[in-house]
Design a binder for this molecule. Structure first.
Ligand code: SF4
Ligand code: SF4
Length: 431
């Protein structure tokens, strides 16, 4: 059963132009992680552009399940757009075509459910996730058969544990004033709130240690990237409006976001979603204030503070995984490396293939677990070859996928969010 979507704007606008720039040269085949895993033409940008082009001439095509299936096989990593010699924007074309598919054909049940749950406000979503946490605990603690079912359903030998109390229930705003009256807001997103509150805690403590007063608006929810990626424009817009309502105050100079994917969407995706509405102007100013966390920390000079720390006994080697939304989307590669290189307790080693996609792709992992796993194999080899003890990253989707990879395949390495290592070091110094 598919639910019809609704949108007042025309996603067809500009789609023909995006598609027409593709000259079918096939250069994108060498950079597309999905094509490299699947090896079939519809999985690469060129194939998708051809399918969209054909669909544009057929008014019924965007209600086709075949087209929905083909276009769903894309991580939205952006490598095709970034590397296209002809300026064709395949990622953007796929995003727009998905909106048309959701509008004309409706979202498939699983996608609709994921988007619906993601878009619920905290009052309705937290109790639901709390019940799931109870159920998960029973299954993981006792149930042999149920445990097998859970692993089969998730196609994994490792599932992230839901952590209660959730981050927004356990954290508090700063009690002291920021140095020079400087205040920032913290947006944590769904994964930190439900699965990794310790990452949120590290982010909060880091910002406070640097002299900022940190505000954590309690009404914050999902950034909307998952809904947008599925083509659920109505829900993506309503989440964008909610973000503006929650964070559109003047009391903070920046909105700091520890997850690169949320940061990418909130700094680049809000304006296109709200263009032509009464909120467009506010969306522009809020997007400018929204910044990915490691970029913010590098901007305020944390690496200099770390470099001033005395040499310490090294605990091992650390390497860095580039999330696609960070390196391709935001174009940020130097900032997290500068921070890691400044650590006194770890030596930094660059990984060959640091920018290989991990295969998570937000909800891609849910809808295409096998392909996701095939994509992740190259990354795992790169991680193993790096001989690093710790793999740091800046996106919570990658954090989940990398953890799943190393746990399922019994690779003895830790996967951490960069904020954890940074706070660990600052904490040692202040003790
Ligand atoms: S998307 Fe770009 S690289 Fe790929 S086939 Fe078209 S023109 Fe060539
Ligand atoms: S966005 Fe990434 S996964 Fe999708 S077609 Fe382009 S290169 Fe392939």
């Amino acid at each position: 059963m598919r639910e019809k979507g609704s949108t007042s704007r025309n996603p067809l606008e500009g789609l023909e132009e995006l598609v027409s720039r593709c000259v079918k040269c096939g250069r994108c085949r060498s950079v597309c992680p999905v094509f490299q895993a699947v090896g079939r033409e519809p999985s690469v940008a060129r194939g998708k552009m051809a399918l969209i082009e054909a669909a544009l001439g057929n008014p019924m095509a965007f209600s086709s399940e075949e087209l929905e299936g083909a276009l769903s096989l894309c991580l939205l990593c952006g490598r095709c757009t970034q590397n296209c010699p002809n300026g064709a924007k395949a990622k953007e074309a796929v995003e727009r075509a998905r909106i048309l598919l959701a509008r004309d054909g409706g979202l498939p049940l699983l996608k609709r459910s994921v988007s619906k749950v993601a878009s619920l406000d905290r009052k309705r979503r937290d109790p639901l996730v709390r019940s799931l946490a109870g159920l998960q605990k029973i299954i993981l603690d006792h149930g042999g058969f149920q445990r097998g079912l859970l692993f089969k359903f998730t196609d994994s030998k490792w599932v992230p544990k839901i952590q209660t109390p959730f981050f927004l229930d356990r954290s508090r705003d700063s009690v002291t004033d920021g140095i020079g009256g400087r205040t920032v807001a913290l947006f944590v997103g769904c994964s930190i709130h439900y699965l990794a509150p310790h990452v949120g805690e590290a982010a909060l403590r880091l910002l406070e240690a640097l002299g900022f007063r940190v505000r954590i608006p309690r009404e914050q929810g999902c950034c909307g990237l998952v809904s947008k990626a599925m083509g659920d424009l109505a829900r993506a817009r309503s989440l964008a409006e909610r973000f503006i309502e929650t964070f559109g105050r003047d009391e903070w100079e920046a909105i700091v976001v520890p997850c690169a994917s949320c940061a990418f969407h909130l700094s680049r995706g809000l304006v296109p979603l709200l263009e032509g509405t009464g909120l467009e102007h506010t969306a522009r100013s809020i997007s400018l204030k929204t910044v990915e966390m490691s970029s913010f920390l590098a901007q305020v000079g944390l690496q200099e503070i770390l470099k001033a720390h005395p040499e310490r006994e090294r605990l091992g080697l650390v390497t860095y995984h580039d999330p696609c939304h960070m390196s391709v989307g935001l174009g940020k590669r130097k900032e997290p490396r500068a921070l890691l290189e400044a650590l006194s307790r770890y030596s930094y080693r660059e990984m060959e293939g640091a920018d290989l996609c991990c295969g998570m792709g937000g909800s891609f992992r849910i809808f295409h677990p096998r392909v996701s796993r095939t994509v992740s194999r190259k990354k795992l080899s790169a991680i193993e070859e790096s001989q690093a003890d710790v793999i740091a990253t800046t996106c919570m989707g990658c954090w989940l996928q990398l953890n799943e990879m190393v746990q399922t395949r019994h690779v003895r390495k830790s996967v951490v969010h960069l904020a954890e290592l940074l706070w660990d070091e600052l904490k040692q110094e202040s003790e």
